[in-house]
Design a protein around this ligand. Structure first.
Ligand code: F6R
Length: 254
């Protein structure tokens, strides 16, 4: 590791849901200290428990989201907002419909925009206008992607249009009728956009993530594993279950 790199903090939980609850507590602490905080959010299976806990905290403890701003990492190109697998729909179903977020403060890239390049520029400009993101939630792909920044991504890139890796399309086919229905491209905050957050929490659960987590911590920083770029940030914490953490002490990544 070079002197310019940082070692992310690592917390290992027995169960994935405990990590989700811990992440929700950190968000709640932030919102109580700074009600107009800017939150960066992810979709996928990983943050579902975290969002369920935020919804519970809103209902039972009165956690207030009315002054917060939300930025999602990514969206598929070409899926209408109502599509069952769109990230717009995911966010409404898992979070936004159940808390008091202001709709005009919930931002998700528009993968249906006629001019996708212009949409990327618009989204990056919004991030700069409202940002920096105070707390960014990330998952990680089995192939080491963060957001939809796939292997080979520009580690200095802003919000951009990306071609999805075959592995990612296969991994995400579970949300679609079949593999052919999975879009081939997406809009995603770039690695540089992600690294502008003040603080980053990456959650990862299950055996399938252990290689990516091992590489995040110890492979050379390189586009081959985009998550390694997180070592360029000085405030990153990984919240893992025992399976995702299981290769961290191994002499070499699996
Ligand atoms: C989702 C995102 C992706 C996912 C990653 C893991 O907005 O940006 O990087 O975090 O693909 O997905 P799951 O959680 O479904 O394993």
């Amino acid at each position: 590791m070079s002197v310019y790199e940082h070692k992310p903090a690592v917390a290992v939980f027995h169960e994935a849901h405990e990590a989700g609850i811990a992440a929700a507590k950190l968000i709640a602490e932030l919102l109580r200290a700074k009600p107009n905080a800017v939150l960066g959010l992810a979709t996928g299976s990983t943050p579902i428990g975290l969002y369920a806990e935020l919804v519970r905290m809103h209902r039972e403890d009165g956690l207030d989201f009315s002054r917060a701003t939300f930025f999602n990492l990514d969206e598929y190109v070409g899926l209408p907002r109502e599509h069952v697998a769109s990230f717009h729909r995911f966010m409404r179903e898992h979070l936004f419909d159940h808390i008091n977020a202001m709709p005009d403060r919930t931002f998700i890239p528009n993968g249906m925009a006629a001019d996708l390049q212009a949409e990327c520029r618009r989204y990056e400009a919004l991030l700069r206008e409202y940002g920096p993101v105070d707390l960014q939630i990330l998952g990680i792909g089995v192939n080491g992607h963060i957001g939809f920044n796939e292997p080979g991504a520009d580690l200095n890139g802003d919000t951009n249009i990306v071609t999805l890796a075959d592995k990612t399309r296969k991994d995400n086919a579970r949300f679609f009728d079949n593999l052919d229905a999975v879009p081939t491209s997406a809009l995603t905050m770039g690695i540089a956009s992600i690294l502008r957050a003040r603080r980053i929490l990456l959650l990862a659960f299950g055996e399938a993530k252990r290689e990516a987590i091992c590489k995040l911590m110890s492979a050379s920083v390189s586009p081959a594993c985009p998550a390694t770029a997180l070592r360029g940030h000085d405030n990153v914490a990984l919240l893992l279950d025992a399976q995702a953490a299981s290769a961290l002490d191994a002499p070499a990544c699996p």
